[in-house]
Write a protein that binds this ligand. Structure first.
Ligand code: ZN
Length: 216
């Protein structure tokens, strides 16, 4: 009884400290916003540069996209949990030798942006930019093709649908760019963005995502 009352008081005083950002369940003093159970299950990236994404000069990710992380990504994308962008960004480690000039979030099509009200990739990019003190530019790359949900498509179908789906509308010449997205599934989105940036004479295009879906 006393314990329950104390917990209620603590919840009022420190509400966000008592919910795990991954599984959304109550947690006692979660570390970096993650409960003990999720910490045990999370698969962090332990091998930098182990995944190659076509057209990029380097790629990194923070967590594997699996049962432990999918709830968090889902709430970030569809349930207006914008604070999760900052939460996820803290786990993205960027290679110092990349010498990034600017960060560009993978854009949403204007129709989807209007419907959702925000771009989840931009939330992650903004938090990362703030931490690394690197400029975030969200008006350089635009999505000109509104591709339908990609989850049921094969890798080649995705790549085809994403061909010329993006357009570069501002100068990126000789810049080292870091592309940011929430999840990398087949890499087709990052490849398509990187190709357009390279065509616009960007020096190097790197990419980082909060989650990575392993190849089956
Ligand atoms: Zn948890």
């Amino acid at each position: 009884m006393i314990k329950a009352t104390l917990k209620k008081i603590l919840d009022l005083l420190f509400p966000k400290n008592y919910v795990c950002n991954m599984c959304n369940s109550e947690a006692y003093e979660p570390q970096n916003g993650i409960c003990e159970n999720c910490i045990r299950k999370l698969k962090r990236n332990t091998e930098p540069n182990s995944v190659k994404i076509s057209q990029t000069d380097g790629y990194t990710w923070a967590f594997l996209f699996d049962k432990t992380t999918q709830g968090c990504i889902h709430r970030l994308k569809y349930f207006d949990c914008r604070y999760l962008g900052e939460f996820l960004a803290q786990f993205i480690a960027v290679e110092e030798e990349w010498q990034i000039d600017c960060i560009i979030p993978v854009p949403l099509h204007i129709k989807r942006m209007k419907k959702r009200g925000y771009n989840q990739a931009e939330l992650i990019a903004n938090a990362l930019g703030k931490r690394l003190n690197i400029e975030v530019v969200s008006d350089v790359l635009v999505r000109v093709k509104d591709t339908k949900t990609q989850t049921t498509r094969s890798k080649s179908e995705r790549a085809e649908a994403l061909e010329h789906a993006f357009s570069v509308i501002k100068d990126v010449e000789n810049k080292n760019i870091l592309l940011i997205d929430d999840v990398c599934t087949t890499g087709a989105t990052l490849t398509s963005c990187a190709l357009e940036l390279k065509n616009a004479k960007a020096a190097n295009v790197y990419a980082a995502t909060a989650c990575y879906t392993p190849k089956k």
